[in-house]
Write a protein that binds this ligand. Structure first.
Ligand code: HEM
Length: 221
């Protein structure tokens, strides 16, 4: 029998390796309070601002990686979120939304690491790409639904456009295709292991942002 037939697919390895941290991110105090409807729209706005800094790093980095033999296949225009985030922020903060928008320290560190990977380590960039975009296509839809109900945004309208992938009509099929890309990633076993480590780091960077947001928006007991 072909020995490779029993090897666990990389998409399974990366999902399994980050499972614990996924639960941690999902159940962070800030996320729980946000999804529990216990925070105001100002907290949602501040969170959306943080996402903008992260996606700017992801998507500015994407440009240069389009033809990269390792990261290139992952760069797909239908995933891009910066324009949607900018529309959401214009809705949430007004036309002059850029004035006074600052990343939290954890966000600045996260965006810097994404940019560094994009610049110097395309395989590491994949870890960040996976952590955000596959998450947005999955749990992101739960967040959108909650946000619409809690703060009264129009369904799939301004304020929640970040969560709406207009060009991906079948997210389940898209995710299957994405997992196939992961399984076929142009990297040896050692490099795959390093990607998994970077994925864990990506989750930790997200959790750190939630922690700081939780400090800015504590629940008044
Ligand atoms: C309250 C917040 C969250 C909820 C409710 C949530 C929920 C989910 C659900 C239900 C799935 C499974 C989808 C499927 O089987 O296809 C999923 C997958 C995923 N989530 Fe989350 N999630 C949340 C937060 C996050 C965060 C903060 C991250 C990282 C930044 C993240 C990253 C991922 C990734 C990468 C996957 C894909 C796993 C894979 O199939 O390989 N999620 N999420």
């Amino acid at each position: 029998m072909d020995a490779t037939a029993t090897v666990t697919p990389f998409s399974t390895l990366i999902r399994t390796a980050s499972h614990e941290q996924h639960t941690e991110a999902e159940t962070s105090t800030f996320m729980s309070d946000l999804l529990g409807g216990r925070l105001g729209v100002d907290a949602y706005t501040r969170y959306t601002e943080q996402l903008w800094f992260v996606y700017r790093a992801l998507e500015e980095g994407a440009e240069a990686l389009r033809d990269d033999p390792v990261a290139g296949p992952f760069i797909q225009p239908e995933l891009m979120r910066s324009t949607e985030l900018e529309r959401d922020l214009a809705h949430l903060r007004g036309a002059d939304w850029r004035e006074g928008v600052e990343p939290l320290p954890a966000t600045a560190a996260y965006a810097a690491r994404v940019a560094e990977c994009a610049r110097t380590w395309p395989a590491g960039y994949i870890a960040h790409h996976y952590t955000r975009y596959l998450g947005d296509l999955s749990g992101g839809q739960i967040i959108r639904d909650k946000a619409e109900k809690t703060w009264g945004f129009e369904r799939k309208g301004d304020g929640v456009r970040f969560y709406v992938f207009e060009e991906i009509t079948n997210p389940a099929a898209f995710k299957r295709g994405y997992r196939e890309l992961l399984d076929a990633v142009n990297a040896d076993d050692l490099e795959k292991q390093r990607i998994i480590e970077e994925c864990k780091r990506a989750f930790a960077l997200n959790t750190a942002v939630f922690r700081e947001l939780g400090e800015v928006f504590p629940l008044s007991a």
